[in-house]
Design a protein around this ligand. Structure first.
Ligand code: DQA
Length: 147
């Protein structure tokens, strides 16, 4: 069974509390349940990780080397700043897909740049929770095509 690491960056643990008009009213536990259910329906294993710390995210990406088949990542605010996360994704060279709950390209200009995207196959943004389903589906199709 394909095994995908799903990474959620800083403040995503505050879903349901933070900026509800942008991120919705469902909390982080609901997002984890949603991702897990999507994985079950697609018959892929999902290992879901959240951290508010850039280095912890880098460590988790490195640990995926040789243990995971692909990565779905919502780097949250680190999207717009983190060369370290970009380099970690490049280092492990696993197929990766970027997700954002909101449409970052319709928001402030500083959100329009994504460093990790440069190491990702594609990105789903503005679909809310459903972006994770789309990302898992895309990654599964990609991995099947490679074998
Ligand atoms: C986000 C968008 C980022 O700009 C922001 O910093 C987040 C969440 C999203 O999922 O829409 O924390 O990644």
């Amino acid at each position: 069974m394909l095994k995908f690491l799903v990474i959620n960056g800083p403040n995503l643990n505050m879903l349901g509390i933070r900026e509800k008009q942008i991120y919705g009213t469902q909390n982080y536990a609901a997002l984890v349940d949603f991702i897990r259910e999507c994985g079950q329906k697609l018959n892929v294993e999902t290992d879901i990780f959240q951290s508010n710390h850039e280095g912890a995210i880098v460590d988790r990406i490195q640990a995926a080397y040789g243990t995971a088949d692909g990565i779905v990542i919502n780097p949250a605010a680190y999207t717009h700043t983190s060369v370290a996360i970009l380099d970690a994704l490049k280092a492990v060279s696993l197929p990766a897909v970027e997700v954002h709950l909101s449409d970052i390209y319709q928001r402030e200009e500083f959100r329009h740049i994504s460093y990790p995207f440069k190491a990702c196959l594609t990105s789903f943004y503005g679909f809310g929770f459903d972006g994770y389903r789309k990302a898992l589906f895309f990654l599964k199709e990609h991995c099947i095509k490679q074998t």
